[in-house]
Structures are given as C-alpha cells and as structure tokens.
Design a protein around this ligand. Structure first.
Ligand SMILES: [Zn+2]
Length: 113
C-alpha cells in the first residue's frame, strides 16, 4: 500500500495551496499518473477520504489522468509513447525498447471556492 505516503504528500500540498489562496473548500483535484506508475487510483481515493475528513478538502473529487510515457526503440531509432507495460515497438514490433520517462504522480490542477 505505497499509496499512503504519496496521498499524504499530495494532501498536504493541496491544503497548503488552498490555505494560501484563502479557500473555504476544495472542489476537485486533478492528478496525473505516469503510464508505468503502480499507483492505484482507488487506493489514493480511499486514503484521501480518510485524510480529508473534517478538513476543507472533505468531499473533493479526485480526477485521475494517465500520462503516457516516452519510449525509444533501439532497432529502428524511433521515439513513441506508451500507455502500459506492453513494451513493443509500434514500428518494427521489436522488443528492444527503453522507457525514457519515470513513474511520476503529479498534481495537475486544484479547484477551490
Ligand atoms: Zn522499432
């Protein structure tokens, strides 16, 4: 359950942002997850609900967006995007594929009142 520390960090950033903008309520939070991240949105939602109880973030909607990762094929020197761990080059069907980006989890936007 590695979503807990990630959710805690996200939660404290969101609260900090909301407070510095004098928000009364946080309506929604848009999150971007790297294509190869092992973060499970349902688990983030679960922890977020617990953390946000009795705070201005209670009831905020979490919106998840999967981010594509950049990959590179060494057979045909091609760059392409991947959405999952299916590491096959779309050009040559080869498996000599490298992933260029990491497995990030970022806050994209926050809407507040
Ligand atoms: Zn290729």
């Amino acid at each position: 359950m590695h979503e807990l520390p990630v959710t805690q960090e996200m939660f404290s950033l969101v609260i900090k942002y909301a407070k510095s903008n004098n928000a009364k309520k946080i309506n929604s939070i848009k999150l971007k997850i790297g294509a190869l991240s092992t973060i499970i949105p349902e688990n983030v939602k679960f922890y977020f609900e617990i953390l946000s109880k009795n705070t201005i973030a209670e009831g905020a909607r979490l919106l998840f967006e999967k981010k594509k990762s950049n990959a590179y094929c060494i057979n045909c020197n091609k760059d392409f995007k991947i959405e999952n761990l299916n590491l096959i080059c779309p050009e040559c069907g080869g498996e000599n594929v490298f992933i260029k980006s990491d497995t990030e989890f970022i806050i994209k936007s926050i809407t507040i009142d």
